[in-house]
Design a protein around this ligand. Sequence first.
Ligand code: NAD
Length: 265
Amino acid sequence: MGTSSAHRVLVLGPSGRMGCAVIEAASQHPALRVSAAVDRESAAGVGAPAIGAPEVIVTSDITAGLDHADVYVDFTTPDATEHAARAATVRRRPAVIGTTGLTPQALRAIDDLAKVAPVVVAANFSLGVNLLLGLARTAARVLDGWDAEVAEIHHNRKRDAPSGTALAIARAIAAGRGQDYDAVKRHARDGDVGPRPPGEIGVIALRGGDIIGEHTAYFFGEHERIELSHRATDRAIFARGAVHAAAWVVGKPPGRYDMLAVLGL
Ligand code: NAD
């Protein structure tokens, strides 16, 4: 359990799959204490003790929540992330943001916050995926002329596609080859699309069941193939990474940081 000198953490979306996992992970972190939990007004549990942190009453008041926190952790929706970042900018609050499918407005709000406070933003907070990003980049650099594709699978309630992690892997491949990702990406194929252009990076998304997250980077050569895969079997890996980032980010200079910086990779 956290102590009174621990950093106070505001958790957004405590009724969500990730919010719930973050409360559990933060409650077990020795340097953190869950001090507030804020959800959308109509969410289940507003006005009641937070599951996993019964001393905290869930509210829908982001302003008061930020006033009672040293850092906030956000796995919600792009609109909620934008709104929270704007409120946090006024208060210069450090942030850990894991929401994916971010809109240009949300990205701008995060950039504005990062001018006045330290912010960790990652599409995936697991150690394994962050290592995979480096491996994919290296493979892409070495495997000159090979075809690279990325496939991801998630549960049937996921809203955005392709996943933020799949996009991060695809961007790592483009970076390894020195390509501009937006110029070579192919997010869907349908109909007479013609032969695969060299250098293209395809990304496909499968949805079904309760899959937490699976990603594979494929590298296809002549008569051989490499597959780099990561499979998440518990959301706790993301939540543990996010609370590790929350403990790390308090006191850092303003700026935008990724998980590679947090992990010292
Ligand atoms: P979810 O739908 O289970 O939870 C979303 C939560 O956000 C809900 O509790 C909802 O009530 C809350 N919310 C909505 N509007 C809000 C507002 N204005 N203020 C506060 N809370 C609000 O979704 P999830 O599976 O927990 O995923 C959430 C996000 O995190 C998604 O974008 C997902 O892709 C992403 N995610 C990221 C990682 C990572 O490692 N970066 C891992 C898993 C999921």
